[in-house]
Design a protein around this ligand. Sequence first.
Ligand SMILES: [Fe+2]
Ligand SMILES: [Fe+2]
Length: 203
Amino acid sequence: MAKGGVVKHGDLSSRVGVEVIRARGVDVEKLIKMLIANAGAEFASTYYYYTILRMHLAGHEDYKEICEDARLEDRAHWELIVPRIYELGGELPNDLPEFHNQAGCVAAKLPNPPTVVNILTVLLESERCAIRSWSAVCDVTFGKDPRTYDMAARILNEEIEHEAWFIELLAHERDGKSIPSGHFRRGEPGEAPYSKNRRFYNP
Ligand SMILES: [Fe+2]
Ligand SMILES: [Fe+2]
């Protein structure tokens, strides 16, 4: 790629923001696919599955609250990453079932039977999938695409916290063991200290 760049003066069909990361070795088409898959997983988890799983924790108000934080933070992840897909020249599928089927993690459906232990296990494994998926985005963008890397790293921070929360709850509930996560209550539900869009747009 030419040093001065290939985007022509006044050209709206290509982007310097894409040209520069391609020049640094990012496979932009592959990255867009990964981001759509991750966005699908975040959307499915917050919009549908996490909501249902949380409701079935009825009677465990403390677990419900932590689940709600994880759910709302997944919603923040969705909102954080979607604009990046469009900046890179990608777009969301114009079909919800198609989008759902591209999600990078298996659907966190309500387990049968929907016991607290089973629900916490689904939540834990869902967080683990998210950690793997966002780590993969960090890997392909590190040192090449600082904007995507920064977003993925912010999301990863929270996914790692979520895994620790559910390890703590499942250890207590299933094994009668104490494996602390170091959890502190969020200031407000779904605070998303690392990933909230609001902090970018209304600092
Ligand atoms: Fe997430
Ligand atoms: Fe999460």
